[in-house]
Design a protein around this ligand. Structure first.
Ligand code: HEM
Length: 151
């Protein structure tokens, strides 16, 4: 532990967890929006409503919390000595890999919403619902790694 955060450490950790919750809320609800958006493509009144909801959710919740979680998470990682070769941080490397995949999922959601805006869906309803489960699986593994620190 480098502990460059000093007295601020627990506040940074609390803020990290708070913004993780916001980010997760967005990552769970946004793909539900995509399902409804895709189902509503046949009705001319529906798509503009979903486009507006998706844009608002991205602007107010998803993008800010993604950035803040990453910044605070990297500050905590530096505090633990990740960038100073501290041993025993295998869990953190694994967690970072899963968080990078989760960030990729975030990017995929945004790109799929652009496809729906262009009226060009590439997944069927069943595939879209299955992809919805990805964040739940990743979050489960990430929290186990962060809390249990098994290796
Ligand atoms: C974006 C990149 C992220 C980085 C670099 C990162 C880094 C860290 C670090 C180093 C800690 C340990 C703090 C400590 O014990 O001193 C931590 C704690 C934690 N992180 Fe992250 N994190 C990130 C994203 C996430 C995500 C996406 C989640 C959940 C889905 C998450 C959930 C947690 C939880 C629950 C803790 C508290 C563990 C505990 O104190 O027992 N983190 N994070």
């Amino acid at each position: 532990m480098i502990n460059w955060l000093g007295q601020a450490y627990l506040w940074v950790l609390a803020a990290h967890i708070i913004f993780v919750i916001f980010w997760m809320a967005g990552l769970f609800i946004f793909p539900r929006y995509l399902v409804h958006h895709q189902e509503g493509l046949a009705d001319p009144a529906e798509p503009p409503r979903w486009e507006a909801r998706e844009a608002l959710l991205r602007r107010m919740i998803l993008t800010p919390s993604l950035i803040i979680v990453w910044l605070l998470g990297l500050a905590l990682a530096a505090n633990m000595g990740l960038f100073n070769g501290q041993p025993g941080l295998g869990w953190l490397h694994a967690k970072l890999l899963l968080v990078i995949i989760l960030t990729g999922y975030h990017g995929w959601m945004v790109s799929y919403s652009r496809k729906l805006k262009a009226r060009k869906p590439t997944l069927n309803a069943r595939q879209l619902r299955m992809v919805n489960e990805v964040p739940a699986v990743l979050v489960t593994l990430i929290v186990i790694l962060a809390v249990v620190k098994p290796f």
